[in-house]
Design a protein around this ligand. Structure first.
Ligand code: AMP
Ligand code: ZN
Length: 113
C-alpha cells in the first residue's frame, strides 16, 4: 500500500524504534506512548484491520500473537499487559494497517468502552 504509514515504516522510508523483526512481522515502539511500555506489532503484508482477516491471511495473525508473548517476556511485563487492536472508526482506528498495541508497565485503567 503506497500511502500507508506502517507500510512506509516496513519499507524503511519512515524511521521507527524496532523491538523485533522477522520475515513476516515487525514490532516497534509507539511514537506517542500511552503506558511505560507501548509497542505496536504489525504484519509486513498490508491488512487493513481485524475486519480484513481471512482464512487466507490469518497465519500471520497467529504468529503475531506468538511474537507478542515473546516481546512481553523480553520487556519484563511480569505483572501483565494489555493487547488492543482498534478496528474501524467507532474504535478510533487512525492507521489503517492491522496493528496490535502492547500496553504495560503500569496498572492500566479498566474501562473498555
Ligand atoms: P490506532 O489509533 O489504534 O490506529 O493506533 C495507531 C498508533 O500508531 C497510535 O498509537 C500512534 O501513536 C501510533 N503511531 C502513529 N505514527 C507513528 C509512527 N510514525 N511511529 C510509531 N507509532 C506511530
Ligand atoms: Zn500498510
Amino acid at each position: 500500500m503506497s500511502n500507508c504509514l506502517f507500510c512506509k515504516i516496513i519499507a524503511g522510508e519512515i524511521p521507527s524504534t524496532k523491538v523485533y523483526e522477522d520475515d513476516t512481522v515487525l514490532a516497534f515502539r509507539d511514537i506517542a506512548p500511552q503506558a511505560p511500555t507501548h509497542i505496536l506489532v504489525i504484519p509486513k503484508t498490508h491488512i487493513g484491520s481485524v475486519a480484513e482477516i481471512t482464512a487466507e491471511n490469518s497465519a500471520v495473525v497467529a504468529h503475531i500473537f506468538e511474537v507478542i508473548a515473546a516481546i512481553a517476556k523480553a520487556e519484563g511485563l511480569k505483572n501483565g499487559y494489555r493487547v488492543v487492536s482498534n478496528c474501524g472508526d467507532d474504535a478510533g482506528q487512525t492507521v489503517h494497517h492491522l496493528h496490535y498495541h502492547i500496553l504495560g508497565g503500569k496498572k492500566l485503567a479498566v474501562e473498555m468502552a
